[in-house]
Design a protein around this ligand. Sequence first.
Ligand code: E4P
Length: 222
Amino acid sequence: MIYILDTANLQEIKRAYEYYPMEGVTTNPSIISKEKENFIKRLKDIRKIIGKESMLHAQVLAVTAEEMINEAKYIVNEIGGNIYIKIPVTPEGIKAIKILSKDGVKITATAIFTAQQALIASKAGADFVAPYVNRIDNISGNGVEVVGDIVELLELNNLTTKVLAASFKNVQQVNEVSLRGCQSVTVGSDIMDKLIEHALTELSVKQFINDWKNAYNKTTVL
Ligand code: E4P
């Protein structure tokens, strides 16, 4: 499993990279606009924190393939390092994915709601496909099932595209897509914390310290 952070907030990124085995950051236009800062400056600041090797996924805003390609090349040139360009799976997006992937640009196909959208994006050359788990749940679909179908379809077609499940609102959704063979997830910092936190773990640690203190009158093994 590859854990990626779904935020453009620098403090959240610093903290998650300090504590957890993070391998990348994803953004989208809504996430970036929350920060109210210049797009390229914010991407550069994120790059400084995560380093050149870590994945940074940044999305185009254009709606025609030609403009998407221009925006993608601009982002790649400005940011560099291990950069992935996120492109929504509209017909124009698929056209852009075909052209950009042939040019060697790494692509994350995004805004995916169905397994066929993911399969077509993969065939067009996407490196990652990003199904929106919670948004699918919110239209009375089953986000986890869609992720499972995508994993299966990619395997059946011998495609190497990875599934980057996105749009999570709880830990259970993350756990369920992990069990369906999803290779990567992008989660907000709140969900990342919740994946590791457990009251009984905290309680166990307190008990260990109390027992040690009672026996040795100190709180360290040193
Ligand atoms: C990935 O970056 C997606 O754009 C993101 O996870 C969507 O999440 P949301 O449905 O919470 O907006």
